[in-house]
Design a protein around this ligand. Structure first.
Ligand code: SAM
Length: 243
């Protein structure tokens, strides 16, 4: 396993340009051939996270059509594409060039399938790690990315994402609970050597602390769980705001 520090990021980039790309493209896709039960279960859990994110954004006072959205670590575009279809002005970026070109391909296919007059706005796609993103966006979203980074890196990422966001910041992460800690200690989960990347679970309080330090507070929470997929979803707003 990688030690904390820059090593994690390079290992993650390499993984998502090779075996990780193939694995996650399959999980996030719709074909069922060659997809095992665990992968189908993770597909289902992840789809619920995307759906919950969209419903939080639709319920917020800010209309999605015309809103500027930064999807940091966009993967194959599972969230960026429905946002674009709702008329949002999306920047979809990812550290993996393979992921970005797959997301672009899927967005083009989605655009081609739109009825005439649909509000679809083609996202802007960029190969970039989220630490190097700049600009300001109404909404910043980062789904299922923090699992690849240890606590201190995750904290720095949250701080940076918060600096890009004006109104809303949505982050999902695999929650660390006493039960998980126990399983991890007895070695049933994440048996290190056979895994291409490590999985880091985060305590809710760590994520909340990082948001608070950045001047944000959690306004809404979601919890998604299937058999093999667990995620907490936080919707944060600037600490001073009332909505
Ligand atoms: N957010 C997408 C979704 O939920 O469908 C993809 C989730 S996938 C598990 C994690 C993604 O994060 C991969 O596409 C990976 O390349 C990307 N990623 C990992 N580290 C990153 C970083 N430092 N900056 C930007 N993207 C990163």
């Amino acid at each position: 396993a990688e030690a904390a520090g820059g090593g994690d990021k390079e290992a993650v980039r390499a993984y998502f340009n090779s075996t990780g790309f193939e694995r996650w493209r399959k999980i996030y896709g719709s074909a069922t051939e060659g997809v095992n039960k665990v992968q189908l279960d993770i597909r289902e859990g992840h789809a619920q996270t995307v759906a919950k994110t969209l419903s939080m954004l639709r319920d917020s006072p800010l209309p999605l059509a015309g809103a500027t959205v930064c999807d940091a670590g966009c993967g194959t575009g599972s969230l960026a594409i429905p946002l674009a279809a709702a008329g949002a002005d999306v920047l979809a970026s990812d550290i993996s060039a393979a992921m970005v070109s797959e997301a672009q391909r899927q967005a083009q296919a989605a655009l081609a399938a739109q009825p005439p007059g649909a509000p679809f706005r083609m996202p802007r796609f960029e190969v970039r790690d989220l630490e190097s993103l700049d600009g300001r966006y109404d909404v910043v979203v980062c789904l299922d990315v923090l699992i690849h980074y240890p606590r201190d890196e995750a904290r720095a990422m949250i701080r940076h994402l918060a600096s890009l966001a004006e109104k809303r910041l949505l982050i999902s992460f695999a929650p660390r609970t006493l039960y998980f800690d126990f399983l991890k200690r007895v070695g049933e989960l994440f048996p290190g050597p056979s895994k291409a990347t490590r999985a880091y679970l985060h305590a809710e309080s760590d994520i909340e602390d990082a948001l608070r330090e950045a001047g944000w507070r959690v306004a809404n929470r979601g919890f998604i769980s299937t058999q093999f997929y667990f995620a907490k979803l936080f919707e944060a707003v600037p600490a001073a705001s009332s909505s």
